[in-house]
Design a protein around this ligand. Structure first.
Ligand SMILES: CC(C)(COP(=O)(O)OP(=O)(O)OC[C@H]1O[C@@H](n2cnc3c(N)ncnc32)[C@H](O)[C@@H]1OP(=O)(O)O)[C@@H](O)C(=O)NCCC(=O)NCCS
Length: 147
């Protein structure tokens, strides 16, 4: 695998928004189309496609808002969607590592992520990557990764 993050452009947009879940589908993460719309109105959003060579295998969106009064919203992973056929091959781990690297470049010492506790949810993934639960907000667990 040859993974990298790239900024979104018109050429890759169709493949990025085709990543599950579809709009209306019940899932542990929002549809990519929804996230891109949020990014459009959120200047601190940092949306990136995850490519394996030239194939889109995922989408990750961070948020960099160090002055936010809520610590959980100051910086970290907002969304992460890996394409079904690419799951279990290290794409999610790569995305988290890249967001952590970007956070370090920006001077952060920790990043956060929020997840819903569900049997088929991403909790085990984030715990495996070193996030530690640090309270709850809006019914979701706030996970913290010290950098
Ligand atoms: C959760 C998700 C991002 C994981 O991505 P992935 O590319 O399949 O994960 P990776 O292959 O990088 O896995 C890294 C490690 O976590 C483990 N892992 C992955 N998903 C896991 C899960 N749901 N529960 C427990 N462990 C998990 C892997 O086995 C691997 O462990 P290993 O290093 O011992 O082999 C992906 O399954 C996904 O997009 N899920 C749907 C959307 C979602 O829940 N996003 C997060 C919302 S905040």
């Amino acid at each position: 695998m040859s993974l990298r993050l790239v900024e979104l452009d018109a050429d890759i947009l169709p493949a990025v928004i085709a990543i599950p879940p579809a709009i209306g589908e019940k899932a542990n993460v929002a549809p990519v189309l929804h996230s891109i719309a949020e990014a459009y109105v959120t200047p601190s959003a940092w949306p990136r496609a995850i490519l394996d060579d030239e194939v889109v295998v995922g989408f990750v969106m961070a948020n960099w808002d160090p002055g936010n009064e809520i610590p959980a919203f100051r910086g970290g992973i907002w969304r992460l969607n890996v394409a079904d056929e690419a799951k279990g091959r290290g794409v999610g781990r790569f995305a988290v590592q890249e967001v952590a690297a970007e956070a370090r470049r920006r001077g952060y010492e920790r990043i956060t992520v929020m997840w819903e506790q569900a049997a088929d949810g991403p909790e085990g993934f984030y715990l495996k990557l070193g996030f530690r639960p640090e309270g709850e907000m809006f019914g979701e667990i706030v996970g913290v990764l010290e950098l």
